[in-house]
Design a binder for this molecule. Structure first.
Ligand SMILES: [Zn+2]
Length: 288
């Protein structure tokens, strides 16, 4: 079940649902204005969040920040027409490409077949919407290039374009006074190519951006929150594997044995998967 949770005095969020790929939704509540983070994967998703917040007398958002173009973060925008939607320039460009699409089973299946959609998203869209599928794509109204700061009244949000392999248009939202960094999907791999992958170049650049924030809590869209230590461990893994992938030119055995020596124990599933994704990225880069 989706739960409404609160961190600090101004940040609320609703937990994700993996079955229908509903991401975490956030709300930053200032003394003057509110900013919602991501619009959700459907009107129903966005409305549920607002309803739960309403029980705590939190009013509708003045702004909605869209973290990246993926369907599960934008389809709820049609339920948030009264809010000023904000995204990176890149995100608006990507969303614009979706406006002519149809979302029927037939259209989705065709796009999966021709390789412009992935099975996972098609399945989740069908599950989230059922037969009734009135999907309307809305474009963000306000766009920015690198960074935008919004003072909501006693709480400030920094929206920053960080990119990464998962979505090159991705931004993160830093809630300054709460030391919360809403990472959304930014540190996940690219799941839209023929193989899930990370590239060393993009990942290392992304980490450089993320390291500029002095956060204590990290919010992810499809997994548990991380504290600073867990975040640092995660980026250490990405950095090390990215570095070894380049050094050993994608040689799986050498990368594994080097990383095993670094951590001085057997590697876990998560680490092995990360190594596999970096090798995929290395191979794909070579083919280009
Ligand atoms: Zn995504």
């Amino acid at each position: 079940m989706q739960q409404l949770k609160r961190i600090g005095s101004s940040f609320w969020y609703m937990t994700p649902v993996s079955e229908t790929d509903r991401p975490t939704l956030g709300m930053v509540v200032g003394t003057e204005m509110n900013l919602m983070i991501d619009a959700g994967n459907s009107d129903a998703h966005a409305r549920l969040f607002l309803e739960k917040l309403g029980e705590h007398n939190i009013s509708k958002p003045d702004f909605v920040a869209i973290t990246h173009w993926h369907w599960d973060h934008i389809f709820g925008m049609s339920a948030l027409k009264d809010s000023l939607s904000i995204s990176s320039l890149e995100t608006k460009k990507e969303i614009n490409k979706l406006t002519d699409y149809e979302w029927t089973d037939k259209a989705l299946d065709e796009r999966v077949k021709e390789g412009t959609e992935i099975e996972f998203c098609a399945t989740c869209i069908k599950k989230e919407y059922g037969e009734e599928r009135n999907i309307q794509i809305h474009l963000p109204k306000l766009t920015f290039d690198k960074q935008l700061e919004i003072d909501l009244g006693d709480v400030t949000c920094v929206l920053k374009h960080v990119g990464g392999d998962h979505a090159q248009d991705a931004i993160v939202v830093y809630i300054k006074e709460e030391k919360i960094l809403f990472l959304n999907d930014s540190i996940y791999p690219d799941i839209f190519s023929s193989k899930n992958n990370y590239t060393s170049k993009r990942t290392l650049k992304l980490i450089e951006e993320l390291e500029t924030f002095d956060a204590e809590t990290y919010i992810l869209s499809h997994s548990e929150n991380m504290n600073r230590n867990e975040f640092l461990q995660e980026i250490e893994l990405l950095k090390a594997v990215g570095f070894y992938t380049e050094t050993y030119e994608g040689d799986a055995e050498k990368i594994k044995s080097e990383y095993k020596q670094t951590v001085n124990r057997e590697l876990n599933e998560d680490e092995l998967e990360t190594i596999e994704y970096f090798i995929n990225g290395y191979e794909m880069d070579k083919e280009l």
